[in-house]
Write a protein that binds this ligand. Structure first.
Ligand SMILES: Nc1ncnc2c1ncn2[C@@H]1O[C@H](COP(=O)(O)OP(=O)(O)O)[C@@H](O)[C@H]1O
Ligand SMILES: [Mg+2]
Length: 257
């Protein structure tokens, strides 16, 4: 049997020896993260583990102290934050905050205009943006909102408003999507809706997710990295890491800290 070594491009996203210090405090320490293309990859760990800092480093929101970041095998360590989305990595729900007074369709069209660099023509009237209707409708259909296209965003339930945010994020055409606690503050029904939606949209994309709801992680993730005190504590399937004694004690230790 042929055994092909992993090439850098097998990974949609990779960090090598990534470190971040805040005034001498090591928030992230020598992290080698490897996200396989097409996976839903969860980043979990107790409070203060460094999950948000990792997302901030990946999107260049904060500058790393040392180490490298690779997107599809290309070194993006020194790529400015504004160019990260153009390179296909988008963090939700940061770029895509929705406009509550606008319809679902118009929200997605605005996101499409942003991508096409037409934001100045936003108020050019329906005619000026009609060419975006089909693309916007396809995105709404992908998130299950085709029938809600003319409804005002603020009149929709929480889960569906979040679905609009997903559609607006997908309008940026990301191949790597970073999701920061996508089910935060939701009731069970909305959590299930969003979990199914993430699974659906992952078919064509790589997803990195930070999520406190471990049931969601157990249901949808292909691979899990457990962070603790800024370093990788364990990696594997959810079943594997959840049985890992070091992981259990890190969570229990953090709860009693
Ligand atoms: N801007 C900052 N300045 C100083 N310390 C920070 C800053 N951001 C995060 N930290 C520290 O880094 C550690 C990791 O934080 P964070 O990434 O927010 O953890 P998590 O998201 O896993 O809860 C924490 O100890 C936090 O206090
Ligand atoms: Mg956090």
């Amino acid at each position: 049997m042929k055994c092909r070594p992993n090439q850098p491009s097998d990974y949609a996203l990779e960090t090598r020896g990534l470190c971040k210090e805040f005034l001498g405090f090591r928030a992230i320490c020598d992290v080698n993260l490897r996200i396989r293309r097409g996976d839903i990859h969860a980043l979990i760990g107790p409070n203060g583990a460094g999950k948000t800092t990792m997302f901030n480093l990946l999107t260049k929101f904060v500058t790393r102290s040392s180490g490298d970041i690779l997107l599809n095998g290309a070194d993006i360590t020194h790529t400015p934050p504004a160019s990260i989305a153009e390179r296909g990595m988008v963090r939700s729900f940061q770029i895509s905050a929705i406009f509550p007074e606008m319809t679902a369709l118009d929200n997605v069209k605005i996101a499409l205009q942003k991508r096409h660099g037409l934001s100045r023509r936003l108020f050019g009237g329906a005619k000026a943006t009609r060419h975006l209707d089909d693309e916007a409708m396809a995105l709404l259909a992908e998130v299950g909102l085709a029938a809600c296209k003319d409804l005002i965003a603020k009149d929709l339930p929480h889960g569906q408003r979040r679905s609009i945010e997903f559609a607006a994020t997908l309008a940026m055409d990301p191949h790597v999507l970073l999701l920061d606690e996508p089910t935060q503050g939701m009731g069970i029904e909305d959590v299930d809706l969003i979990a199914r939606l993430i699974k659906k949209i992952s078919a064509k994309r790589t997803i990195v997710i930070v999520e406190h709801n471990l049931k969601v992680i157990a249901n949808i993730s292909d691979r899990v990295t457990v962070l603790a005190r800024g370093a990788i504590l364990a990696e594997g399937s959810y079943d594997e890491v959840s049985k890992n004694a070091a992981v259990t004690s890190a969570y229990i230790g953090a709860a009693h800290a």
